[in-house]
Design a protein around this ligand. Structure first.
Ligand code: 13P
Length: 282
């Protein structure tokens, strides 16, 4: 079943848990995450990021995501992740996505407000929720191993965040408080107190980007301080990758479909672990 972002966030808020928001730009990953959602009683956010156009087009993967979610007994939000322009987000909403992130974080503040407002207006016509971003997070969403490190000077300022949410009307806010996208080269230092201040100043749920690679207690502490949506890609895609070498070495395995099956199972196991950590705070 497909639900909206506000309904999913309200569920998370009521139960004091975090929601897994997993990017699924390959079919085995999508099937693996859906398998977990069907035996787990929490909403799951299926995401497609604009940068993943280099893997598969949203026109190809999006309809599969929407149709599998629609048929499933589990509740799913379908979310366009890191949309950089309104046309791309419109394309996702036309396909049937119920939520979108407009990433104006690299724009000047006024321009970020302008494009985010435009997306909020578009989404309101379709009954969709919007995530905005303010503050700078290094790294990218492509699992690039050469990632940046969190720089406290780039963390989100609570006053600017409050102004931004008031000016744009976003449903949730992606903020910078110590995580980076991709693999950590150095142990991140999360600023939990900043999450509390952001949550209180803005009045909306806080979104963690760069959700791969933290310790279970770190996710849980972030949730206790006001994070409700945790974006996750690198470790899910890496779990699928790590399942392949033993099969490639095996002379009896000659079909790609055997790798695909192993990748699906690996994503499933990884997603189950991840979701269990995020709902243990209930
Ligand atoms: P990771 O790839 O670090 O898990 O981050 C994913 C993300 O934030 C997608 O928006």
């Amino acid at each position: 079943m497909i639900i909206g972002l506000p309904a999913a966030l309200e569920y998370a808020e009521r139960n004091g848990i975090g929601l897994a928001a997993i990017n699924t730009p390959f079919f085995e990953g999508l099937l693996g995450v859906i398998d977990v959602a069907e035996r787990t009683d929490v909403p799951v956010i299926l995401q497609f990021a604009q940068v993943h156009e280099s893997i598969v087009a949203i026109e190809d993967m999006g309809p599969a995501m929407v149709e599998l979610a629609r048929r499933s007994s589990a509740p799913f939000v379908l979310h366009v992740d890191h949309g950089f322009d309104i046309d791309y987000i419109r394309k996702g909403l036309d396909i049937g996505f119920t939520s979108a992130m407009i990433d104006g974080s690299k724009l000047a503040y006024d321009e970020n407000v302008r494009v985010t407002r435009e997306v909020v207006e578009l989404a309101a016509e379709r009954g969709a929720g919007v995530e905005g971003e303010i503050g700078v997070m290094t790294g990218n969403e492509n699992g690039d191993p050469d990632q940046g490190v969190a720089d406290a000077a780039l963390y989100t300022d609570p006053q600017a965040a409050a102004d931004f949410v008031r000016a744009t009307g976003v449903t949730a806010l992606a903020a910078s408080f110590g995580t980076v996208h991709g693999v950590y080269r150095r142990k991140p230092k999360l600023n939990y107190e900043l999450i509390t201040r952001l949550r209180e100043a803005t009045g909306v749920p806080i979104v963690m980007h760069g959700g791969s690679g933290l310790e279970p207690q770190e996710y849980q502490e972030c949730i206790r301080h006001g994070v409700r949506k945790i974006n996750y890609y690198t470790y899910s895609a890496k779990a699928a990758y790590d399942a392949c070498p033993p099969l490639v070495e095996d002379p009896d395995v000659i079909l790609f479909s055997d790798l695909a099956r192993a990748a699906r199972r690996a994503v499933e196991e990884d997603a189950q672990r991840f979701i269990d950590v995020l709902r243990a705070t209930a």
